[in-house]
Write a protein that binds this ligand. Structure first.
Ligand code: NAD
Length: 454
């Protein structure tokens, strides 16, 4: 593992072989019937105990996330605390049986049954956070799990697996780490009943194709290119700071971050200048150091992707309001870069940048901006900003996205489902809807003896 802040070697993680993967899946399969037979209430209790274990190791896990991922210690610790919060809140969810019919003739009940073994495949931007959307719900629903973190960020997940080993029955949670073909081996493994995948759209398509021969169930949480629409009545100075963090939290490496900001022409100059001025106050540097607000890009692959997009903007002659010139190494640092009104069809507008480079786009007309926001293959999140919530809501209702926020962004809770439309995914995570994706419906009907035969 490479520390993205200085490119030093943090650790060497195991490279899981095919035989070891088979062993992990076999362990999960062997544990599945007994785990499914544990009462729902007991599984709820175990989730709460898992949360306690995470809380007791929040600092240790947070340091690992910082070292492997590159976010600041404060943000990394909050991410780990988010995992225990998600476990606790998930434990409060229920899967009540639905009585379809309770008549003199028959009783008909639909219940949710576990699927068996779930493969949980996570990306590198939030190794603990992304896992929190999968681990608790999969286990609560009665499945066993094989977790595969990103090859860039396996350390915190491996450590979590160690910490849970003494709490959960053997085989209930298994962690495999490795690069190369491990992800596809796991998602196409015949011993897997469901793949819960978070990552890029391109890999999501491969997971879906790999799942087809066995009809393995899938949930895909994929890429996004979220528009933010800023109406002309906003308070400009306050807006600049909000929009900055909407786009650049975690150095822009968030699926639900604002990836293209449409600003009404009446305030375009003022707000873009305010954004550039705010950007100049933000400290980028080693995430282990006190006072750092933004760390590096998380890995060399993503660093090169982002630099390529910046270079494309330069080649096309677009104007940088700030940034644009990469920092010299070591470390994968890219300065906050604001691109002034590039064409709608430019790569920086159409592609998911997943880094600290942001196109600012001018609009005059609401119909036009809605059409531009809805164009493109992604439909994950979107946001609308206005002093008039009703006006913003009217725009929000016209946007094509899994979640649309008004005057806030990236607000997720364990009770509310989120997911992407179009090429941003299939299915949802979190909340009751997210929980039932780890189950299947089973209907049982009982024909009463006393009823006359039909
Ligand atoms: P990625 O697709 O490269 O990798 C994601 C995971 O899939 C990793 O664990 C990887 O090792 C594994 N993998 C690679 N090839 C595989 C295969 N053929 N079969 C199965 N698994 C395979 O994505 P990434 O670069 O780690 O993450 C960034 C992407 O994730 C961005 O596109 C971002 O938008 C997306 N993302 C989406 C959400 C969401 O909730 N929609 C959340 C976070 C990140």
């Amino acid at each position: 593992m490479i520390n993205p802040a200085d490119e030093s070697v943090v650790a060497f993680a195991p490279e899981c072989s095919r035989e070891e993967l088979d062993a992990a899946v076999a362990a999960a399969r062997a544990a599945a019937p007994a785990w499914a037979a544990v009462s729902f209430e007991q599984r709820q209790k175990l989730l709460l105990q898992m949360a306690d274990v995470v809380d007791a190791h929040v600092v240790e896990l947070g340091r690992l996330v910082t070292a492997e991922q590159g976010k600041t210690l404060a943000v990394a610790t909050a991410e780990v605390a988010g995992l225990s919060y998600w476990l606790r809140e998930t434990a409060a969810l229920t899967l009540p049986e639905v009585v379809n019919e309770d008549s003199a003739e028959r009783l008909s009940v639909t219940r949710r049954v576990p699927l068996g073994v779930v493969a949980a495949i996570t990306p590198w931007n939030y190794p603990m956070g992304q896992l929190s959307f999968k681990l608790g719900p999969a286990l609560l629903a009665g499945n066993t799990v094989v977790v595969k973190p990103s090859a860039f960020t396996p350390l915190s997940t491996l450590r979590l697996g160690e910490l849970l080993r003494d709490l959960l029955p053997a085989g209930v949670v298994n962690v495999v780490s490795g690069s190369g073909g491990l992800g596809s081996w796991l998602s196409g493994h015949p011993g897997i009943d469901k793949v819960s995948f978070t990552g890029s759209t391109q890999t999501g398509r491969a997971v879906m194709a790999g799942a087809a021969p066995t009809l393995t169930r899938i949930t895909l949480e994929l890429g996004g290119n979220d528009p933010a629409i800023v109406l002309p009545d906003v308070d400009v100075p306050g807006m600049a700071e909000k929009l900055f963090w909407a786009a650049f939290s975690n150095t822009g490496q968030i699926c639900l971050a604002a990836k293209r900001i449409y600003i009404h022409a009446d305030i375009y100059e003022e707000l873009t200048q305010a954004l550039a001025a705010y950007a100049a106050t933000v400290r980028i540097g080693d995430p282990r150091q006190e006072g750092t607000q933004l760390g590096p890009i998380s890995n060399r692959r993503q660093y090169e992707t982002v630099l390529d997009l910046v270079e494309d903007c330069r080649r096309q002659g677009y104007t940088f309001l700030t940034g644009g010139t990469p920092e010299p190494g070591p470390g994968f640092f890219v300065p906050v870069t604001l691109v002034d009104n590039p064409p709608e069809e430019s790569r920086i507008v159409r592609e998911e940048q997943f880094g600290p480079v942001l196109p600012l786009l001018r609009f005059d007309d609401v119909d036009d901006v809605v059409a531009r926001a809805n164009a493109g293959e992604y439909a994950l999140g979107a946001s609308v900003w206005s002093a008039d919530p009703d006006a913003a809501l009217a725009v929000a209702r016209r946007l094509d996205a899994g979640t649309v926020w008004v005057n806030e962004i990236m607000h997720l809770t364990p009770q509310v489902a989120f997911g992407g439309r179009k090429q941003s995914g299939i299915g949802v995570e979190s909340g009751h809807d997210g929980l039932i994706e780890f189950t299947e419906a089973q209907t049982i009907t009982v024909r009463h003896h006393t009823a006359a035969t039909a």
